[in-house]
Structure formats: structure tokens, C-alpha cells
Design a protein around this ligand. Sequence first.
Ligand code: 13P
Length: 252
Amino acid sequence: MRKKIAAANWKMNCTLQQAEDLLNKLAAVETHLSNEKISIIGVPYPYLLLAKEKLQTKENMFVAAQNCYTKKSGAYTGEISAEMLQSMNIPFVIIGHSERREYFNETNAMLAEKINIALEYKLQPIFCCGEALSIREAGSQNSFVENQLKESLFHLSEEQILQIVIAYEPIWAIGTGKTASNEQAQEMHQHIRNVLANKYGTSVAEKISILYGGSVKGNNAKELFAQKDVDGGLVGGASLNADEFTTIINSL
Ligand code: 13P
């Protein structure tokens, strides 16, 4: 059985005090998590260890970094390596968020390198893909997303691809309050699973969690997560409110 996942992406939000407050609240709320239903909290780098400490008693709630660099170590001022994350026992890392692609010029080829180094250091990547509005309006979202997957993931072995969590995040739905309809989400998730199945076989594709991201809220999570190929969500804005994010977790 593939895992159901409610993942938070705090992005570049929260002062230390706000982060502490939010983590205290998350540590205190009642969540119905299990081995099959997990939560992942993606916090800014400076709060990774704090988040680990605050959530250490929360079973099946894990911490993620939001990025890492392509290189092992060296003179790359301001960057963070996969080895550093591994040394802090961080289990997950978000790779290829559309904001990284757009503002930091991350290409599919560069993301393939990030995936490789993350796996080398035993981090589980949450790989983001998704199209801009113009691509959807032109009706070419399926081939666009397929190409993202091919160029960044399809060099991986079967064993490696099973380590990947995929997050489909249509850019037109991110932070806009405009959610993909249940049908649009299911259609793309099914497409992604088919693309994976064509490359790695159905039984592998069936084991990979595919999350939806883009204006997931407490009041739409349940319907989205009920779609056959939607295995949870990657949540931005609504993850900054502990009560709302708890509702999302409990919608799994
Ligand atoms: P919002 O939930 O704020 O739309 O952000 C989605 C996202 O980008 C998560 O990575």
C-alpha cells in the first residue's frame, strides 16, 4: 500500500518565535497518523533541528528541508548540502518546487542532479512538477509534466524511484486560492501514474505516492484526497495555521 501523506511547505515564512509557536501547536494537536498515513513538515533551514526536537514525540510526523544543493560540499556560499541534512537526520527534502524553478532558474537537468545527491545521502525527495496557466490553456499540460518527470527522474533505477514522493502542483493553483477541480487533479495524477507505469511497470507505479498541491485547505482536502490517484497534499498557506493543517492531516 502506498502511503497517504499530508505535507506542509512553510516556504519562507515564520520568525523563530512564530515557528516555535506553530511547532508547539502541531505537537499538541490530535492527529490520526499511522505507518500508512504520515505527515511531513517542510520548514526553513534554520528551524530544522527545532522542528525535529519539537515533533520528536509525534509518531509518523516527519521534518523536511525545502531544498538542497547539487554539490557534495565546497565553496558554494549560502548553499546547503544533502550531507548536512543527512547529518541532522532529516528524512525528506522537497526538490524542484515551482518557485525554485521560476525564481532560481532550476532546470530539469539540475533537478536530476539534486535528486541523485539526495538519494545518495538517503534523503527521500518530494519531487514537484506542474504546469503554468499558459500551458494548461494550450492543452499541453500532460506532455509538459511527462517531460519534467522524464528529464529529472527517469534515469533512476526501480529501487531508487520507489524512494520518490511526487507532488503535482499546477502553478496556476499555487497561492491563488484557485484549486484544481477534483477531476482535474485526478486526471493529471492518473496520467503521472501511467507515465510511471510505462517506464517502471504497474506494480512500481502503484507504490508511489502522488500528492496534490495548490490551494489545499481544510475545506477541500477531503474531496481531493478521496480521488483514486491523489495520495495526499503538499500544502503552503494553510499549513501555517495549526488547526487548519490538522484538519488537512485528518482528511487523509
Ligand atoms: P498553497 O497551498 O499556498 O497554494 O501552496 C502550494 C504549494 O506551493 C506547496 O508547495
